[in-house]
Write a protein that binds this ligand. Structure first.
Ligand code: NAD
Length: 384
């Protein structure tokens, strides 16, 4: 008998070519006259922001633009964005970008809607007391799935780590997901964001709170990403590959929202928070080592992952081993660096292991894990 579980889907998901044009009617239906648009300096240089501003104006609404979002968004940027939103009397938020603008927008919405100044008081799960202003997410990377998750990962600049703020109230009201928007993503970002999406799916599938619906979403996500990441990386204008990556990222986001991520993310957030590195790159570096560590505790699930990757194997343990090898090969094919190539030394690992241990997703890991295990895994990844 299946264990009892709940599956919540707070976001209206709309997918397809030119779907962002629906923003006009979504704003009109809600009689929204003032919008805060959250993006980053890179997206601001593309024609996309002007296009979205056009959709907002077609709805008869005014727009204030906040574009000071860093790749690992900071608590100070959240406060600044909320200040601008309050000053403009914004009634809704539109985020255009990858996980950084989308996460920043979610946290800005908390402060803007509740009249608060610092996001730190909402760190953790379930601390947001009630409904927020409407929030529309327009993802431009295929990686984080933030358009369908209800968490926001923000850098605590005083304590140098990435905190998570989690509440279903923070989920996007509507996600407008168009894979065409990812055609301009440069190869290195396609690689790291794609490995991020794969990590979500693998961790969601093996995390302790997985359920049959998150499992189905995660396996399909693994299949799509493993089939299309190398093509999306090598042929940036291959729409079929971009489409499969966008769908893989979306399904992975839905899966991990329900089951959780686990130790790869705990380590990656400690590493990325300290060194301000791309989140997907950190995940990619650590994923195979955590898979190896976890395999004995969930050998059956790791063999399903191998099957979703399209691998042939005779036994569950062979499948698990091949799945780890596949992930290492994939990271090499998309030319992502190894841990020892980054500005990190083994002296940094004890502190990172301690931070990883405190991460709220540590208890979700398939296999029980200690601070010493985290330390050993950092060393193992460094020796690769
Ligand atoms: P990102 O949003 O930081 O973007 C990376 C770079 O890509 C930026 O310079 C941006 O300008 C550029 N870019 C984005 N889209 C582009 C496009 N279409 N064309 C050209 N350039 C483009 O990267 P990301 O990996 O999407 O997001 C990372 C953040 O998301 C991290 O802070 C991470 O912790 C967070 N995250 C959140 C969740 C969640 O559920 N909330 C899940 C995973 C990761």
């Amino acid at each position: 008998m299946t264990d009892a579980f709940t599956f919540i889907l707070p976001t209206d998901i709309r997918y397809g070519k030119d779907i962002t044009s629906e923003l006009s009617s979504l704003l009109q239906e809600r009689q929204i006259q003032q919008v805060l648009l959250v993006t980053d300096p890179g997206i601001l240089k593309t024609p996309l922001v002007d296009k979205v501003i056009g959709y907002i104006k077609t709805a008869g609404a005014q727009v204030a633009v906040f574009s000071e979002v860093s790749p690992n968004p900071r608590d100070t940027e959240v406060s600044e964005g909320a200040r601008l939103g309050k000053e403009a009397n914004a009634q809704a938020i539109v985020a255009v970008g990858g996980g950084s603008p989308m996460d920043c927008a979610k946290s800005i919405n908390v402060l803007m809607s509740l009249g608060k100044d610092s996001i730190k008081e909402f760190e953790g799960s379930g601390k947001v007391p009630g409904p927020l202003s409407p929030y529309f997410a327009i993802p431009t990377t295929a990686g984080t799935g933030s358009e369908v998750t209800w968490s926001s990962v923000i850098n605590d600049t005083d304590n140098h780590y990435k905190m998570t703020i989690k509440s279903t109230y923070m989920a996007a009201t509507v996600a407008l997901v168009d894979p065409m928007l990812t055609l301009t993503v440069p190869p290195a970002i396609t690689a790291s964001t794609g490995m991020d999406a794969l990590t979500h799916a693998i961790e969601a599938y093996t995390a302790k709170n997985a359920n049959p619906i998150s499992d189905a979403l995660a396996l399909q996500s693994i299949e799509l990403i493993c089939r299309s990441l190398v093509t999306a990386y090598r042929e940036s204008d291959n729409l079929h590959a971009r489409d499969e990556m966008m769908m893989g990222s979306l399904l992975g986001g839905m899966a991990f929202s329900h089951s959780d991520v686990a130790s790869v993310h705990c380590m990656a957030e400690a590493l990325g928070g300290s060194l301000d590195l791309p989140h997907g790159l950190c995940n990619s570096i650590l994923l195979p080592y955590v898979m190896e560590f976890n395999a004995p505790a969930a050998i059956n699930k790791f063999s399903h992952i191998a099957a979703a990757m399209g691998l042939d194997f005779q036994s569950e343990s062979e499948g698990a081993e091949k799945a780890v090898g596949f992930v290492k090969d994939l990271a090499a094919k998309v030319e992502l660096p190894q841990l020892k190539e980054l500005a990190v030394t083994p002296d940094d690992f004890p502190q990172m292991a301690a931070i990883a241990m405190k991460n709220g997703s540590t208890p979700s890991n398939a296999r029980e894990i200690s601070e010493t295990d985290y330390l050993n895994l950092f060393h193992k990844a460094y020796q690769a």
